[in-house]
Write a protein that binds this ligand. Structure first.
Ligand SMILES: CCCCCCCCCCCCCCCC(=O)SCCNC(=O)CCNC(=O)[C@H](O)C(C)(C)COP(=O)(O)OP(=O)(O)OC[C@H]1O[C@@H](n2cnc3c(N)ncnc32)[C@H](O)[C@@H]1OP(=O)(O)O
Length: 159
């Protein structure tokens, strides 16, 4: 694995990514809620941007797990996606992604989907390369990194 040009440690704050979407008729299924596959595509883009902000280069999706569709999103809903790097390993990072619907009047946000995604940082030939370490700044950062390491062990055992 290449270590060449690995950027210095980065905090989860530095790569935090938020995106906003509007559920339009073309995003909906036959029952008027957002199609799950479309939401997954939005999640993949938002989480990939967070991973790439951390790695400083291209990162590809290696795994998506624990996807939970908790509540439907309706046509006309404003959807906010938030992605956060929980942990950096050797050539991979775990990103947690949450999807919330924002109430038009109150701006209150309701969690609709969440998932953990693993991205692998690759070079121009698609070969895995070393990622920068995660700089944990808070107790919450430390807790998330520890929990991510336990999830990674389970994930790799099932590989
Ligand atoms: C005109 C063009 C301009 C372009 C300008 C660029 C623009 C910017 C591009 C933006 C891009 C956006 C991207 C969006 C997201 C996609 O759409 S990406 C497309 C979908 N994903 C793919 O096609 C990936 C296909 N898979 C692969 O290429 C390879 O399997 C992988 C993921 C690179 C892994 O390679 P490998 O040789 O199998 O893996 P290996 O060396 O054994 O392990 C490498 C790492 O992968 C981890 N790993 C492998 N499998 C798993 C798994 N199942 N679970 C967890 N971890 C795993 C390993 O644990 C290891 O991590 P570390 O221990 O090093 O931290």
């Amino acid at each position: 694995m290449s270590h060449e040009g690995t950027p210095p440690p980065r905090s989860p704050r530095a790569s935090y990514t938020e995106m906003t979407e509007l559920v339009l008729p073309q995003h909906s299924n036959a029952i008027g809620s957002a199609f799950g596959g479309t939401v997954l595509a939005w999640m993949d883009v938002c989480a990939a941007i967070a991973a790439q902000r951390h790695c400083g280069r291209v990162a590809v999706t290696a795994a998506i797990d624990n996807v939970k569709f908790l509540a439907p999103m309706r046509v006309g809903d404003v959807v906010v996606l938030a992605a956060r790097v929980n942990a950096a390993f050797s050539s991979s990072v775990e990103v947690e992604i949450e999807v919330q619907v924002e109430d038009r009047a109150t701006m209150h946000r309701r969690l609709c989907v969440d998932a953990f995604m693993t991205f692998v940082c690759v070079d121009e030939t698609g070969k895995a390369v070393k990622v920068p370490p995660l700089l944990c700044e808070t107790a919450d950062d430390e807790r998330r990194a520890k929990e991510a390491a336990a999830r990674r062990a389970r994930r790799l055992a099932e590989r």
